[in-house]
Design a protein around this ligand. Structure first.
Ligand SMILES: *[C@@H]1O[C@H](CO)[C@@H](O)[C@H](O)[C@H]1NC(C)=O
Length: 242
């Protein structure tokens, strides 16, 4: 009886802890929430329906998803008319976006440009910056393999002040951004490009964010933040959709 109880505790503990120990940012991993699977299926359906009408894909996590809420006025005025589509899902880490690419969301598309924002959600989960960099770089690899004629514009991870150690978090994000710029920026082989908006969102003292560009959670941007994102990305964006 005692043996059986110990076995059960280990087993329950085991299935809970094993995925977080073995899952790396460059793996291909589905999330388990039903709503997430349904969103993925909606994206597959929209790619099948719209096909070559999709000229630009915004891909990534909630900062992308919120182009449809906080940033919607800017999106409707500037990106929707150009044939842009929003494939952002809140909470996604690099491994989840890798899975979505691997499982058909971009199949059959011929976009000029993918705007990629991913990796921010790995920061609180993965303590090793280099592993996060490898995760984001793997997303770029998979994108280029799937869409070899498409430009990729990687947007550097934005500052966030929702964690207990804000200066430590901002220093980590700077380290990640600088390593990603070296890997992806100007990478003609993979049609990789990099844009860094970090200094529009936080001062060089790296101890706070410019809260007037964020919503109350200090992680997501408000409409002024999205207006800035659009304004500062605009010239690079238009060059890459020529
Ligand atoms: C963005 O760039 C396009 C093309 O160069 C230009 O027509 C447009 O006025 C620009 N918009 C902003 C807000 O800078």
């Amino acid at each position: 009886m005692k043996f059986l109880l110990a076995f059960q505790v280990l087993f329950v503990f085991g299935i809970w802890i094993v995925p977080s120990l073995t899952q790396k940012p460059w793996d291909s991993v589905a999330r388990t929430e039903q709503w997430w699977i349904e969103r993925h299926q909606q994206f597959i359906a929209s790619s099948a329906n719209l096909g070559s009408d999709i000229k630009i894909v915004f891909l990534g996590s909630s900062l992308v998803e919120y182009w449809g809420t906080q940033g919607k006025p800017v999106w409707d005025a500037n990106y929707a008319p150009l044939g842009a589509i929003n494939y952002g899902i809140g909470g996604d880490r690099t491994e989840h976006v890798i899975w979505r690419i691997d499982n058909g969301e971009l199949d059959g598309l011929t976009p000029k440009l993918v705007v990629l924002y991913v990796g921010s959600n790995n920061v609180p989960v993965n303590s090793n910056n280099d592993e996060i960099v490898r995760g984001v770089n793997t997303v770029v690899d998979r994108l280029h393999a799937k869409l070899p004629n498409t430009n990729i514009l990687l947007v550097a991870t934005f500052p966030r002040a929702d964690q207990s150690d804000v200066p430590g978090t901002l220093r980590r994000i700077r380290d990640i951004d600088q390593k990603l710029e070296a890997l992806v920026g100007g990478d003609a082989q993979r049609k990789g490009n990099f844009i860094d908006l970090f200094w529009f969102l936080a001062p060089s003292s790296l101890d706070r964010i410019y809260e007037h560009l964020y919503v109350a959670d200090k992680l997501h941007l408000n409409l002024d933040g999205y207006t800035m994102w659009h304004r500062e990305m605009n010239s690079t964006f238009h060059r890459l959709i020529q």
